[in-house]
Design a protein around this ligand. Structure first.
Ligand code: KIV
Length: 282
């Protein structure tokens, strides 16, 4: 069944958890879609997971469109949400609408996601008025890493918690169809979830959200280096890949790969004929 913004809303109302995962390419999107995730996020986390940058700030519109296209080709049923990269919407309402439009028209996204609260409400409203669903993103918004002074939990103290709660109300009023809550205390996320009519999708925000999202490399054991504490490892695909690649190296080196079953055969009698054939002098 095709998932849409309306599906996510129905899931909030019925209490069925929303399952979102990041993906950045055709093959992975195809597998996650087959598994039945409701939504695939082409996160600007691809700057780190796919392109090896230190943070998300260098990701371009071209990067996002390229990866969104691949995911859109791989997924049949998931609601496809593409991140708007740093400085593709903060600069003006006009830029926001044009760039959101590109992610839909050129990338094949069903919705866009952007970070921030009060400061981006005009952008959210204008994009929604252009018939593009918007997922908001509050709490630890990675594009603000320099303003935050690092990747830190947000909303632990009263002032910041109140600001996040206010922002959640404002983005809903501006027309967002859902909101990602990243790295905020579970009690705050639960309170926001109760007060909003739109679904909340948590990452490091506890079980009280309407759904969860994870960066797939973190949850499948493919991340090298630091993995945040909220990113439970559900499988160790990295270990399986290392095992497979090591076996390939060893078998190729010792000559046991390729075996006869991996090899094509000449037709009957062709080898004999070839042996008697004098190739043309070049
Ligand atoms: O870019 C991303 O992958 C995200 C998730 C962490 C929600 O925004």
């Amino acid at each position: 069944m095709k998932n849409t913004a309306a599906t996510l809303m129905q899931q909030k109302q019925s209490g069925e958890k929303i399952i979102m995962l990041t993906a950045y390419d055709y093959t992975t999107a195809h597998i996650f879609d087959e598994c039945g995730v409701n939504s695939i996020l082409i996160g600007d986390s691809l700057g780190m997971t796919m392109l090896g940058y230190e943070n998300t700030l260098s990701v371009t519109m071209e990067d996002m469109i390229h990866h969104t296209r691949a995911v859109a080709r791989g997924a049949q049923n998931a609601f496809i949400v593409a991140d708007m990269p740093f400085m593709s919407y903060q600069t003006s309402v006009y830029d926001a609408v044009v760039n959101a439009g590109r992610l839909v028209k050129e990338g094949g996204a069903h919705a866009v996601k952007l970070e921030g609260g009060a400061a981006v409400c005009e952008q959210i409203k204008a994009i929604v008025d252009s018939s593009i669903p918007v997922v908001a993103h509050l709490g630890l918004t990675p594009q603000s890493v320099n303003a935050f002074g690092g990747f830190k939990v947000q909303g632990k103290d009263y002032e910041r918690a109140k600001q996040i709660l206010d922002d959640a109300m404002l983005i809903q009023q501006a027309g967002a169809c859902a909101v990602v809550l990243e790295c905020v205390p579970a009690e705050l996320a639960e309170m926001i979830t109760e007060q909003l009519t739109i679904p909340t999708i948590g990452i490091g925000a506890g079980a009280g959200c309407d759904g969860q999202v994870l960066v797939y490399q973190d949850m499948l054991g493919l991340t090298s280096g630091h993995v945040p504490k909220f990113a439970k490892r559900f499988a160790d695909v990295g270990a399986l890949m290392r095992e497979g690649v090591t076996a390939y190296i060893n078998e190729t080196r010792e000559g046991s790969f390729p075996a006869p079953e991996h090899t094509y055969k000449l037709g009957d009698g062709v080898l004999e004929k070839l042996k008697n054939y004098e190739s043309m002098p070049f």
